[in-house]
Design a protein around this ligand. Structure first.
Ligand code: ADP
Ligand code: MG
Length: 230
């Protein structure tokens, strides 16, 4: 179980049409599992790039992301995938639910083709109850509201018991009130499950509810505030 994610001299560049963009520039930062961190900054500042790197979805161009001192990205694809399954749960702005599957089946998808020491359907039912959807197990995404769909996506992100929950604009497709409820749910889950929580948002009001607020600008971290009154 990973307790710290350490980024050292982390750089990510993209090359397109012969032009090189440095999405992340030489970042040094440590994320700790006990914290609820929010990454804020305007569009294009590198927030999603950083979250992808933290979640092993992407490889650094330079520098490292260490998980309790392990350089996972140096390992083989299969080991990286196993690590991601064991440690990381993702939530996205677009809920990315499969439209022909029920809520229960959607939540079970990360467990398909995996060996786990628990009953898959029972576990999926349990996490759907944890997000308040025990009466929607057999609903299709089209039969659910946006907030309910994001709850299904959150249940899917925690079904495999990851130690970190990474959310990219999780409230971006929701109205303000529903967004606040989803954020509250994430906060509560963090407490209940004891996982690390890092959310990307461009909404300063939502970010103000985090323990730590990291502000990015042009691929750099321009402020990092911990504690009350951030
Ligand atoms: P944010 O999430 O803060 O809006 P991103 O991390 O998505 O920012 O993007 C940071 C910069 O990197 C932007 O200039 C963006 O255009 C560029 N970028 C992101 N992903 C890619 C990609 N796959 N290919 C090329 N450029 C990219
Ligand atoms: Mg983004």
């Amino acid at each position: 179980m990973v307790t710290e994610i350490t980024c050292s001299s982390l750089t990510k560049s993209y090359v397109g049409d012969g032009v090189k963009t440095n999405a992340i520039k030489n970042i040094d930062i440590i994320f700790r599992k006990e914290e609820f961190s929010a990454i804020v900054g305007s569009s294009g500042s590198g927030k999603s790039t950083l979250l992808s790197l933290l979640g092993t979805l992407d490889k650094p161009s330079e520098g490292t992301v260490l998980y309790d001192s392990h350089d996972i990205m140096k390992k083989r694809k299969k080991e990286i995938a196993d690590f991601r399954f064991n440690e990381i749960g993702f939530i996205f702005q677009q809920f990315h639910l499969l439209p022909t599957l029920t809520a229960l089946e959607n939540v079970m998808t990360p467990l398909f083709s995996r060996k786990v020491p628990y009953n898959k359907q029972k576990r999926a039912t349990e996490v759907l109850a944890q997000v308040g959807l025990e009466d929607k197990l057999n609903s299709l995404p089209s039969q659910l509201s946006g907030g309910q769909q994001q709850r299904v996506a959150i249940a899917r992100a925690i079904v495999h018991k990851p130690s970190w929950l990474l959310a990219d604009e999780p409230t971006g497709n929701l109205d303000t009130e529903t967004g606040e409820l989803v954020l509250e749910l994430l906060r509560n889950l963090k407490q209940e499950v004891g996982c690390g929580l890092i959310i990307v948002t461009h909404d300063p009001e939502l970010a103000a509810k985090a323990d730590r607020v990291i502000t990015m600008k042009d691929g750099l971290i321009v402020s990092d505030k911990i504690g009350a009154g951030v």
